[in-house]
Ligand binder design. Structure first.
Ligand code: NAD
Length: 322
C-alpha cells in the first residue's frame, strides 16, 4: 500500500491558496501539481510556491490519484465528473454541487467508479465542535447564528449555500433524522440571491433547529447552541470556545445544588479545554488517510447531499415570499 497520495489541486483563488499552504505541510500527500484558469494567479503562485502548474486539466488528472477541487461551486460538478470518470478520488469544497440533480449524478458515478469523495464541511474539524460531541445526547433544540460582513466572493450563490450550509451540516449530523417541516424567510439585499435568511427546521426525531445566516452584518458571529434534557451546550465556532452546563444526579466538585421537580440535582458548569488545530490540514489529512487505508471518508458525498438537500428545501420555502 503506498504511503503518500499523489494529489492535484484545482482552483487557486482565495480558499485554494489556503489549501495549497496546508497541502504542502501534510506528509501523506505529494502535490503533483495545480490547475487554475487565471494566468495572473498561475504566475504569482508558481513564483511564490515553486509548484508545478498544468495547462491541461486532463494531463494533471492522468498524473495523480486524487484531486482537491476548490473552484467556484458552479464548476464542481463538471470537474468532479471528469476526475471521477478517470477513477480519481475527489475532495470537493462545499457545497458539493450547485444543485441536488448534479450531486445525485455524482453519487451514481461514485458507485460505478468506486472512488472516495469527501466534502469540505470543515466545521466538523472545528475543535470546539469536536470537544462538545461527547456531551451531545438527544438534542431537542439548536440555535445557530452565522453572521458576517459583506464580501462579493460567494455571492454567485445564496447565503444558504455559502454560509448557512456549514450549520446545516452540523445540525444534520446531530439530528440523524429526516426533516419533516421547514419554514424560512430571507431577503436579497445586495446580490441576486438571499443575503440573509432565517429558517426553522423540525426533524422527525422532534429536534427543532432555528438557523440564521447573514452576509450583510456589521459584526462576525458563529454561535451554535444545543439544548437537551440534561444540558445546555454553547459553542463559539469563531473563537473556538465551548461551555457545557449539565444537570447531574450526584454531587461532584464545583457543582451547585438545585431543587427541581425531579428532586435534588447538581449543576456543573464547564469551560471545555479546546485543543487548537488547523481544521483544513485535518480534513485533507483525513481524506488522504481514507484513501491510503481504504476507509470511509469522515464527511461523505451523502453528507454533502444531505446538507444541500436542506439548502434546497429552505430556498424553496423562502421563494414563497421573495
Ligand atoms: N469550507 C469553507 O469554509 C469555504 C470557504 C470559502 C470558500 N469555500 C468554497 O470553495 C470554493 C472556492 O471558493 P473561493 O472563495 O476560493 O473562490 P475564488 O473565486 O476566490 O476562487 C476560485 C478560483 O477557481 C478558479 N477557477 C474557476 N473555474 C475554474 C476551472 N474550471 N478550473 C480551474 N480553476 C478555475 C478561478 O480562477 C479562481 O481563482 C467554493 O465552492 C466555495 O463555496 C469554502
Amino acid at each position: 500500500m503506498p504511503d503518500t497520495l499523489q494529489l492535484g489541486l484545482i482552483g487557486l483563488g482565495h480558499l485554494g491558496k489556503i489549501h495549497l499552504k496546508c497541502l504542502l505541510q501534510i506528509p501523506s500527500i505529494k502535490l503533483v501539481g495545480c490547475y487554475e484558469l487565471d494566468p495572473e494567479i498561475v504566475k504569482q503562485v508558481s513564483e511564490e510556491y515553486k509548484v508545478k502548474f498544468f495547462s491541461d486539466l486532463g494531463e494533471l488528472l492522468r498524473q495523480c490519484n486524487a484531486v482537491d477541487i476548490v473552484t467556484p461551486t458552479s464548476t464542481h460538478f463538471t470537474i468532479a465528473q471528469q476526475a471521477m470518470s478517470l477513477g480519481k478520488h475527489c475532495f470537493i469544497e462545499k457545497p458539493v454541487t450547485q444543485n441536488l440533480k448534479e450531486a445525485y449524478s455524482l453519487e451514481i458515478l461514485q458507485k460505478e467508479q468506486g472512488v472516495k469523495i469527501q466534502i469540505g464541511h470543515v466545521e466538523r474539524y472545528n475543535p470546539a465542535f469536536s470537544a462538545v460531541l461527547p456531551f451531545v445526547k438527544n438534542a431537542r433544540f439548536i440555535e445557530a447564528h452565522r453572521l458576517s460582513s459583506f464580501n462579493p466572493r460567494g455571492t454567485d450563490v445564496s447565503v444558504i449555500h455559502d454560509l448557512m450550509i456549514h450549520d446545516l451540516d452540523l445540525i444534520s449530523l446531530l439530528a440523524q433524522s429526516e426533516p419533516v417541516e421547514i419554514r424560512a424567510n430571507g431577503v436579497n439585499i445586495v446580490s441576486k440571491h438571499p443575503d440573509i435568511c432565517s429558517a426553522r427546521i423540525e426533524f422527525q426525531s422532534g429536534l427543532v433547529a432555528n438557523v440564521t445566516a447573514s452576509r450583510i452584518s456589521m459584526k462576525q458571529m458563529r454561535k451554535f447552541r444545543i439544548i437537551q434534557e440534561d444540558a445546555y451546550i454553547s459553542l463559539d465556532l469563531a473563537s473556538k470556545e465551548a461551555q457545557v452546563i449539565r444537570l447531574l444526579d450526584g454531587y461532584e466538585d464545583n457543582t451547585i445544588e438545585l431543587d427541581t421537580f425531579k428532586g435534588k440535582k447538581f449543576v456543573k458548569l464547564e469551560d471545555l479545554k479546546i485543543q487548537s488545530n488547523n481544521a483544513i490540514v485535518d480534513e485533507l489529512t483525513s481524506f488522504a488517510k481514507s484513501i491510503l487505508e481504504d476507509k470511509p471518508c469522515d464527511v461523505s458525498l451523502q453528507d454533502g447531499i444531505r446538507a444541500l438537500g436542506l439548502v434546497e428545501n429552505i430556498n424553496k420555502q423562502m421563494s414563497r415570499y421573495l
